[in-house]
Design a protein around this ligand. Structure first.
Ligand SMILES: Nc1ncnc2c1ncn2[C@@H]1O[C@H](COP(=O)(O)OP(=O)(O)OP(=O)(O)O)[C@@H](O)[C@H]1O
Ligand SMILES: [Mg+2]
Length: 358
């Protein structure tokens, strides 16, 4: 895939970054993470445009941080954590945030908007399902309009959080999932089926400081559409054997995918969720803290992502708070005993994302 990306030379990099060619040369010398050239031509080095653009945005502090919440295991708190982090980044950290629900189960969607609002948006094709459906039916007129598909000021907290937007999902995505990988072959599209979400979001991405993506429990084409635009990913897991089983697979797969698209997709870390005070949870958390979870400790070259310092306790209020129709308008009411850990996690994520180059 990298071969198809647009290539840029040093003069174009300088122009894109609005600096001199000398400044670009200095960056190359000074920063180890400056993208490596794809080739050394006679005229000079050439880079993957997207990789350099992403680096320059980070350097200038203008990056939209796009974070996918992933685990192959269901029910481990992906949605709960993604929604809480999105709400807290918007309300408490005053960031502009878009939450994208890529899961046909629509859990994040119905936590943030009422079922009536969702039904209306779904009827009008204002969900990610419509975006994929348009590509599955290339001969009918496109219905999806990104501006109309975004719900503003979502969540029951404070009767709606000013800077929090939602791109909803739809159960209609279930029946499409198997056909999506075939899109490029079925239609007249030259674009890859992995670029569908990216192409739709490109015009609006810059409006947001953070885009949080709630993924389904798989690494299929829909999740890969999320990873395609992600600047990082987070793995929520219950600290037990079955929930942590697939983590090695995720890290390995995402690294391969990142190599295919020609830029890194780092893991920000693993979040322990639904933590209870029992010996199993304590032992798995200790392994995660030491970076020696299961297959990661077997001497292969895949490194275990670090465990976030804040672990999220199992809290009775959380399940009740997920109901958008419940009359819960405060973070403490919605997240109960898990509130302060979720807030601490949000701050950790923000610090990792906004660490400036020096
Ligand atoms: N910290 C917590 N304390 C108590 N219950 C929790 C906590 N986190 C999540 N839950 C509950 O556990 C269930 C699964 O959580 P959630 O939907 O966030 O998981 P998920 O990984 O997104 O699942 P899926 O793979 O089905 O999308 C939900 O009923 C949720 O309310
Ligand atoms: Mg979920």
């Amino acid at each position: 895939m990298a071969a198809r990306s647009e290539l840029v030379g040093i003069a174009e990099v300088a122009e894109m970054a609005k600096v001199s060619k000398q400044a670009v040369s200095n960056w190359r010398l000074r920063y180890d993470d400056f993208p490596k050239p794809l080739q050394q031509l006679q005229s000079g080095p050439v880079w993957n445009r997207e990789a350099v653009e992403a680096w320059v945005k980070v350097f200038k502090g203008e990056e939209t941080h796009i974070l996918s919440f992933i685990n192959l295991k269901g029910g481990v708190g992906k949605t709960t954590t993604a929604v809480a982090v999105a709400e807290m980044l918007a309300q408490e950290e005053r960031k502009h945030v878009l939450l994208i629900d890529l899961d046909p189960q629509t859990n994040a969607t119905v936590t943030l908007i009422s079922e009536e609002q969702w039904a209306e948006m779904d009827k009008d094709g204002r969900t990610v399902a419509q975006l994929f459906e348009d590509r599955l039916n290339p001969h009918t007129a496109s219905k999806f309009d990104i501006e109309k598909a975004i719900a503003h000021r979502v969540s029951r907290i404070n009767d709606g959080i000013a800077r929090l937007d939602l791109l909803p999902s739809s159960i209609r995505l279930i029946e499409m999932q198997d056909r999506i990988p075939m899109i490029a072959m079925a239609g007249n599209f030259t674009a890859s089926p992995l670029d569908i979400l990216r192409n739709a979001l490109l015009p609006i991405m810059d409006r947001y400081d953070y885009i949080i993506i709630d993924c389904p429990p798989s690494l299929g084409t829909v999740t890969k559409n999320g990873l395609r635009i992600s600047t990082g990913y987070i793995i929520p897991t219950i600290p037990d054997i079955v929930s942590t089983w697939g983590i090695y697979q995720i890290v390995d797969n995402v690294a391969r995918f990142a190599r295919d698209i020609g830029r890194p997709i780092p893991s920000l870390g693993i979040v322990a969720t639904k933590v209870q005070s029992n010996n199993l949870h304590r032992r798995v958390i200790a392994d995660l803290q030491d970076g020696r979870l299961g297959r990661f400790s077997e001497g292969n070259d895949v490194t275990q992502p670090a465990l976030f310092a804040n672990t999220i306790p199992q809290a009775v209020d959380v399940a009740r708070g997920a109901d958008v129709d419940a009359d819960i308008r405060t973070f403490k009411g919605k997240y109960g005993a898990a509130y302060s850990a979720l807030h601490g996690l949000t701050r950790e994520i923000r610090q990792l994302c906004e660490k400036k180059k020096s």
